[in-house]
Design a protein around this ligand. Structure first.
Ligand code: SF4
Length: 337
């Protein structure tokens, strides 16, 4: 065993951290056109919200390390990201938590990340829970020669959906405070909206996401609609395994996205595992075409991609109608088709 990996094993225990962050490239939308982006997910001790409970759809804690990472491990990951960068104008850096939380990600490593990226890319997207968007955290981001967007997980504008069904533990006051601070300091704002938390019907989920997007479009530069995918070790997975949850239909994603038309803001959706049982899906007959239309819309902001039809669209409408009348909540697909 090499010395570096032995020392990591001693420091972090048997679940010795893999210093290799997940890094990949994907298309995105920036300044009115499709661009290539580099995405990294750093391995950290995980989101602080997991310490008390965590969100009902979020399984990121299963990949988290047993304790907060030190500067060396954080810098090792930063360097891997920087050496992977090959001119992409947009770089998105996630920790499956909050990169602005100094407990989760050492501020010196964040400084190193910014030193490496600022001025060399057009846009940097960082992700954080709103409570870590503080004046001192934003001070670290100041003076960057690139536009920095801070991504906030609002999920739902509805208090009950956000804090009971999703268990986000986020007050609207904390969210608004973060938004005001980011605005006043001139940073960009990206907002995550969750599509179909547990315990909502397809129609209720659609209405909730539409209301949330309308609200977010009023102050965010970019709104990202995130359809739930069933992650391991979550409340959503518990329900799904018992036939009490179905991920959203891709048709629902299409319909919800239409609400952004004419807003002048960027609205995107990059469904995870589309067409798979754990991801947003239709009935298998047109999943590929519909998810492709969603991606293409997200890259281009061309709403004509959402004027799509397919063999399962009528089935989707029937599903929604049946679910409205169903006595029990859950996946009624098997019962009706
Ligand atoms: S969704 Fe975000 S805030 Fe919720 S537990 Fe996961 S990482 Fe934390």
């Amino acid at each position: 065993m090499k010395m570096a990996s032995l020392s990591r094993r001693l420091k972090y225990g048997r679940r010795s951290p893999n210093p290799i962050p997940s890094i990949w490239r994907e298309k995105d939308h920036l300044n009115g056109e499709p661009v290539d982006s580099l995405v990294a997910i750093f391995r950290t001790g995980g989101c602080r919200h997991f310490l008390d409970s965590g969100c009902t759809m979020c399984g990121y804690y299963t990949g988290a390390l047993p304790r907060p990472i030190d500067e060396d491990l954080a810098m090792e990951q930063v360097e891997r990201l920087l050496s992977s960068h090959s001119g992409e104008p947009m770089v998105k850096v996630y920790t499956s938590g909050s990169i602005l939380d100094p407990w989760e990600f050492p501020p010196t490593a964040l400084r190193g990340l910014l030193d490496g990226l600022c001025g060399t890319v057009e846009a940097i997207v960082l992700e954080s829970r709103p409570e870590f968007v503080t004046p001192s955290a934003l001070q670290m981001l100041e003076g960057c020669g690139s536009r920095i967007y801070v991504a906030l997980g609002l999920e739902s504008v509805n208090e009950f959906v956000r804090n009971v069904l999703i268990n986000k533990d986020l007050s609207m006051e904390a969210y608004q405070r973060a938004v005001s601070l980011l605005r006043s300091e001139g940073f960009g704002i990206k907002v995550y909206v969750l599509l179909k938390p547990p315990f909502l019907t397809e129609r209720e989920a659609m209405a909730d996401s539409i209301a949330t997007i309308k609200f977010a479009l009023g102050h965010a530069d970019i709104v990202s609609l995130n359809p739930v995918n069933v992650q391991s070790g979550t409340v959503v997975e518990y329900l799904w395994k018992r036939g009490l949850y179905r991920p959203p239909w891709l048709w629902t994603v299409v319909e919800v996205l239409k609400v952004g038309k004419g807003s002048g803001r960027v609205l995107v959706s990059h469904p995870t595992a589309p067409g798979r049982p754990r991801g947003p899906h239709n009935d298998g007959s047109d999943d590929r075409e519909v998810s492709e239309a969603i991606y293409r819309f997200s890259w281009t902001q061309d709403y004509s991609y959402l004027e799509i039809d397919g063999p399962s669209r009528r089935k989707w409408a029937a599903y929604i109608g049946f679910e409205d009348k169903a006595v029990m909540r859950g996946n009624v697909e098997e019962a009706i088709f």
